[in-house]
Design a protein around this ligand. Structure first.
Ligand SMILES: [Zn+2]
Length: 108
């Protein structure tokens, strides 16, 4: 679609340019934005991709999630055997939970 058509579409919806229309609808889903702007949702996707709007942020890696857990003493997984064994936390509460878990397993 040529750019002047994009701008024409945007102006019909009260925006100055298609770039502004994309930014003004960035909080909507592609389908919703398409409805508001009167274009198909794949068109919204293309426009957003060209502007870098709403491009999904990469999910944090396992290592990053682990680092976040270890750095957050308020994380509810602290004080659990899971925190000690699977996430590898060696804080006092996780170590204690692991010790208790092992003791209960031995006595079971
Ligand atoms: Zn812990």
């Amino acid at each position: 679609m040529p750019r002047y058509d994009r701008d024409e579409i945007a102006r019909r919806c009260g925006h100055d340019s298609w770039q502004q229309a994309v930014e003004a609808t960035a909080h909507l889903s592609q389908q919703e934005a398409g409805r508001v702007l009167g274009v198909s949702h794949p068109t919204v996707r293309v426009w957003r991709a060209e502007l870098g709007v709403g491009v999904a942020v990469a999910r944090p890696s396992a290592a990053e999630r682990k680092a976040a857990f270890l750095a957050d003493p308020g994380d509810p997984r602290h004080g659990s055997a899971n925190g000690y064994r699977n996430v590898g936390c060696r804080c006092e509460r996780c170590t204690e939970a692991w010790t208790t878990y092992q003791r209960e397993r031995r006595n079971a």
